[in-house]
Design a protein around this ligand. Structure first.
Ligand code: GDD
Length: 355
């Protein structure tokens, strides 16, 4: 059996055409449609109940933990089929693609099938404004390294129920449940079936600005999950680069107020270190234990001083003892910076920001 999960919120006008579209696409296939509604007060509940007399529809009226992703995750528990499909109610996802998606799972040529607008043969409604298109592309780019697909924003997908990650593993934050399942499921074979995405005619999109901000948090968590230490290192390096700007600004400012360059250099290190420590505590290692601030700051400042020693020591050794670097001092400087940063990161990761 195929279980089609449809999260809905205020979709009364779409329920009937949706049921018809699914029925036409699923002729000859054993399926159920599970409407996961968040207690919409627009007549959706009555409509779904009425439709269940003519179509294989099951309505689940949710009154707690509202949201698109939580509704889909609860839908996984409700599904009776060995194959689960998730699609929107607003007729933007063509049900006609479902048999092909299911076939790929049944033949085991794929473990996760995505309805995709950005593969060959896929397309988007002409009614999309340039602004909406740019918005979609901008949101898509940071998600690309997380998966192998071209349309990680899509909300239309099919998967074998047995392969869905455990409920506790899924974080029901935001709108991107396909991305969440894809990353956490770590599927060996992921494929994309081209779809023509049609803009909704009835009702409104519920994708608010707050949902878009949640998407940024979601992305961060997925990066953390997928790349773990690599993601922390990248954030650490970004924080370090911003700290360099603080260092430079204070260094120049102090000289403008009459300090000598050596005094300015000795002082500017401290606000930069404090800046780095604060950002690493609140961003890079935000998920780590929040230990006492003063002790952690002292440890971080000491490690940064040592890190500077490693940085300078590397530079000095290379340029003094390796003839090649005597002529390529910039390269020696870069290697020194990387060594120093690697040292700082290792100490911070292992000892300062406790797991
Ligand atoms: N149960 C429940 N609870 N369903 C919800 C909620 C909610 O809080 N919010 C939205 N939904 C349902 C809608 O009723 C619709 O069936 C589906 O989730 C998608 O919501 P829309 O608000 O129509 O989203 P969209 O059209 O802006 O975004 C769609 O397109 C994106 C790609 O452009 C979604 O499919 C996204 O997943 C997709 O990434």
């Amino acid at each position: 059996m195929i279980s089609i999960i449809v999260p809905t919120y205020k979709e009364v006008e779409n329920l009937e055409p949706l049921s018809q579209m699914i029925a036409e696409a699923m002729v000859g296939l054993d399926y159920e449609t599970i409407i996961m509604d968040d207690n919409s007060q627009d007549g959706s509940i009555e409509k779904a109940q009425a439709l269940s007399a003519h179509y294989p529809i099951r309505l689940v009226n949710r009154t707690e933990n509202r949201g698109l992703s939580p509704a889909v995750i609860d839908g996984f528990d409700e599904a009776k089929g060995e194959i689960v499909v998730v699609m929107d109610a607003d007729l933007s996802h063509p049900a006609s693609a479902i048999p092909k998606m299911v076939e790929q799972l049944q033949s085991r040529s794929s473990d996760f099938v995505l309805g995709s607008r950005y593969v060959e043969g896929g397309s988007i409604d002409d009614s999309w404004t340039l602004w909406r298109y740019i918005n979609s592309v901008v949101a898509t780019i940071p998600a690309l390294p997380l998966t192998k697909v071209k349309d990680p924003m899509s909300g239309f997908f099919a998967v074998r129920k047995a392969d869905i990650p455990e409920k506790q593993q899924l974080s029901p934050i935001g709108y991107k449940i396909a991305l969440e399942v894809m990353v956490k499921g770590n599927f060996a074979k992921v494929s994309e079936v081209p779809i023509h995405f049609v803009d909704r005619v009835h009702g409104e999109s519920k994708l608010t600005l707050s949902e878009q901000l949640k998407y940024l948090r979601h992305l961060r968590r997925l990066y953390q999950y997928k790349f773990k230490t690599k993601a922390e290192f990248i954030q650490f390096a970004m924080v370090g680069s911003s700290g360099f700007i603080v260092d430079l600004a204070v260094y120049l400012l102090l000289q403008m107020f009459g300090a000598t360059h050596t005094v300015a250099r000795a002082i500017s290190f401290w606000p930069a270190v404090t800046w780095n420590w604060l950002l690493n505590r609140t961003i890079t290692f935000n998920h780590r234990e929040k230990t006492k601030k003063s002790t952690q700051w002292s440890a971080f400042a000491s490690s940064s001083l040592l890190g500077f020693g490693v940085n300078f020591g590397t530079y000095y050794t290379l340029t003094e003892y390796v003839p090649f670097f005597a002529e390529h001092t910039i390269l020696a400087l870069i290697i020194g910076v990387l060594m120093g940063m690697g040292f700082n990161f290792s100490i911070s990761n292992l000892f300062i920001f406790k797991k």
